[in-house]
Design a binder for this molecule. Sequence first.
Ligand SMILES: NC(=O)C1=CN([C@@H]2O[C@H](COP(=O)(O)OP(=O)(O)OC[C@H]3O[C@@H](n4cnc5c(N)ncnc54)[C@H](OP(=O)(O)O)[C@@H]3O)[C@@H](O)[C@H]2O)C=CC1
Ligand SMILES: Nc1nc(=O)c2c([nH]1)NC[C@@H]1CN(c3ccc(C(=O)N[C@@H](CCC(=O)O)C(=O)O)cc3)C=[N+]21
Ligand SMILES: [Mg+2]
Length: 300
Amino acid sequence: MPAKIIDGKAFAATVRAQVAEHVTKLKDAHGITPGLAVVLVGEDPASQVYVRSKGKQTVEVGMKSVEHKLDAETSEADLLKVIDDLNNDPEIHGILVQLPLPKHLDEDLVINSIAPEKDVDGFHISNVGLLGTGQKSMVPCTPLGCLMMLRDHHGSLSGLDAVVIGRSNIVGKPMAQLLLGDSCTVTIAHSRTKDLADVVRRADIVVAAVGRPEMVPGDWIKPGATVIDVGINRLDAPEKGDGKTKLVGDVHYESCAAVAGAITPVPGGVGPMTIACLLANTVTACCRANGLPEPEGLTA
Ligand SMILES: NC(=O)C1=CN([C@@H]2O[C@H](COP(=O)(O)OP(=O)(O)OC[C@H]3O[C@@H](n4cnc5c(N)ncnc54)[C@H](OP(=O)(O)O)[C@@H]3O)[C@@H](O)[C@H]2O)C=CC1
Ligand SMILES: Nc1nc(=O)c2c([nH]1)NC[C@@H]1CN(c3ccc(C(=O)N[C@@H](CCC(=O)O)C(=O)O)cc3)C=[N+]21
Ligand SMILES: [Mg+2]
């Protein structure tokens, strides 16, 4: 039987509808509008597309959207000043600094300068520590989106073998924490892992977050396993015409879909869920800032 395709685009639309409903409540009952600020340093075209689509969706769910575009040579002091102003702005409940930053800027320092309660990416050391100790935190958007799709598909994840390929601070590590929190037996694989194929073959759940186009072939997948493809790789697609490109994930979709029980496509899988979870985190942050009840089912 071919795999069930987990439709992240449709799922994200339902998450955004829940966010929009909660935003309306906040406005009508309390006169509060959640606000999200996105800070982009430099002119990476891919980041610009992504920032634009976040801004558009933020407005569509009824929230305030602010974009700070700083040039690539911005000094650390100037960037920290922008963040400090946003930390102190009562109309801003969420702050996202688009990564990666230009090399002259210290990413850890910059991220840790965001007020933890406004850190809707969940990258601040304080949120990382809270998540790792099972306390209420801001949960990173991409892993949260993956978790929502996994819970929806499986019901309970308890006791399942999960393999996360990739150990980055923004995807792999927090993903592993969330799976552990849902009582999976978790393995984190990376570039030094021996016999990756054998490790992946044991998994009921495979999350691929590597950044290598189509590197996971179908013959690594246990029949019936769930495959979550986080990878976003833009490749040239001369077959579509001159200068055209296409997006592919970190798994080889066709061969994996032939053996998996369920799989997320690229595009239309994890990506849209990431943005929806960013909006969800912003509403959650706004509710916490105002001592109001949080939307249910929109965090881990
Ligand atoms: N859909 C979405 O919303 C998002 C998608 N992404 C995408 O997810 C992917 C991963 O992103 P990110 O976590 O930031 O990437 P990083 O480059 O930060 O991390 C990649 C990880 O993959 C590991 N890795 C590299 N090569 C191999 C290999 N041959 N075998 C096993 N492991 C390997 C690395 O291991 P080591 O640590 O040993 O070097 C590292 O831990 C990218 O394609 C990115 O574009 C990212 C964020 C959001
Ligand atoms: N501070 C920070 N937080 C992030 O969450 C963050 C970041 N920096 N830097 C870059 C990565 C990447 N990322 C994506 C989110 C959505 C899509 C997405 O919506 N993708 C669509 C396709 C978009 C297209 O066509 O290009 C899809 O998969 O269907 C992709 C990638 C978030 N990131
Ligand atoms: Mg990275």
